[in-house]
Design a protein around this ligand. Structure first.
Ligand SMILES: N[C@@H](CCC(=O)N[C@@H](CS)C(=O)NCC(=O)O)C(=O)O
Length: 214
């Protein structure tokens, strides 16, 4: 049994999606620094950085870092075929883009989620908000120019990379901008949004008036 510390709208939803497709039972514990006091305490107890996702493996090991968790889950459950195999020609691209989404894009949300972490004052906050928004948009655009998707981002089979991009692309500046910047990726994330085994998860974990657009 896996234990996942996570929260709606967060990166943990990509891990929930992977566990759902794998069909592995998991216990989900609401934890987030921006949740109520109890959720904050649980986030601090789960991960020294107080971040989610945090996964406790069936052998009791703590895993943090969304990309590592997703790759490890996919590799540990080859029957679910959620990552290219070690010898597959798609493997280098898969690893490249998993690391890219984590390092170039997701990492900027540590800044964006609380602009006062780096900004000296309100004017500075607005500038950092604008510049990180542009940087994220640029990074999606660059990824779009470098990838030639099949039905999914690396080939014809859905991988955890598709789940990762489907989640991170919902965060600000949001899907409308993402679709503009990255039309090829957009086509794939719409397919992932509509995956019959995931639609319930998406609507439950991204509960918005405009549905799956996040
Ligand atoms: N490097 C981590 C980043 C995780 C992360 O930033 N999670 C956010 C939620 S999406 C969080 O818990 N933020 C709380 C904080 O750092 O203040 C990963 O890739 O999993």
């Amino acid at each position: 049994m896996y234990t996942l510390y996570g929260y709606k709208r967060s990166g943990s939803v990509a891990v929930e999606a992977a566990l759902t497709l794998i069909g592995a039972p998991y216990r989900l514990i609401d934890a987030a620094l921006w949740g109520d006091a109890e959720a904050q305490n649980r986030a601090r107890a789960a991960n020294p950085l107080a971040q989610v996702p945090a996964l406790i493996t069936p052998s009791g090991e703590l895993m943090t870092e969304s990309a590592a968790i997703l790759i490890w889950l996919a590799d540990s459950h080859p029957e679910a075929a959620l990552s290219p195999t070690l010898d597959a020609t798609e493997r280098p691209a898969f690893l490249r883009w998993m690391a890219y989404v984590a390092a170039e894009i997701y990492a900027l949300y540590w800044v964006r989620d609380d602009l006062s972490r780096l900004a000296a004052d309100e004017a500075h906050q607005a500038m950092i908000d604008q510049r990180t928004r542009e940087r994220i948009s640029f990074c999606w655009r660059m990824m779009d120019t470098q990838i030639t998707p099949g039905r999914f981002l690396v080939g014809e089979t859905l991988s955890v990379l598709d789940l990762y991009v489907a989640v991170v692309s919902r965060w600000k500046p949001g899907r409308a901008r993402f679709y503009e910047e990255a039309p090829k990726l957009a086509e794939v994330v719409r397919r992932v949004d509509d995956h019959p085994r995931l639609t319930e998860l998406w609507s439950g974990r991204f509960p918005t008036a405009d549905g799956h657009e996040g």
